[in-house]
Design a protein. Structure first.
Length: 119
């Protein structure tokens, strides 16, 4: 496990959110873990899956075109799982950079990019 410096950008038609953070890279399993506003984010780089765990829910977004139906929201208080429709437009992976373009529930295009380097 290595500490990493992260530069994260999330864009949609209304907003651009950009922030820097520190996280952990599990180099053996190729997993990035970081916190954002009390939400634990885990990006499984090999599987193209992002999990966002907050106090009340876990959002799982699958960016794997062969497994898009795996996206869901788990509501902790009620043990209910709601399926999300995620359409992946493009995934770009390079050493130290992960970028995905996707659409959730047929509404709008989102770009999620995370750049990371070991510190």
């Amino acid at each position: 496990m290595s500490k990493v410096l992260l530069d994260i950008t999330i864009k949609n038609s209304d907003d651009i959110i950009n922030f820097e953070s520190e996280g952990i890279l599990d180099e053996k399993n190729n997993i990035l873990i970081y916190d954002q506003d009390k939400v634990k984010n885990t990006l499984y780089l090999n599987d193209d899956v992002l999990e966002r765990e907050g106090r009340d829910s876990i959002i799982k977004l699958s960016f794997n075109e062969k497994n898009e139906e795996a996206s869901s929201i788990f509501l902790k208080d009620t043990d209910i799982i709601l399926k999300l429709e995620v359409s992946v437009l493009n995934v770009e992976k390079k050493q130290g950079n992960y970028r995905v373009y996707y659409i959730v529930e047929n509404k709008e295009r989102i770009e999620y990019e995370i750049k990371y380097k070991i510190i």
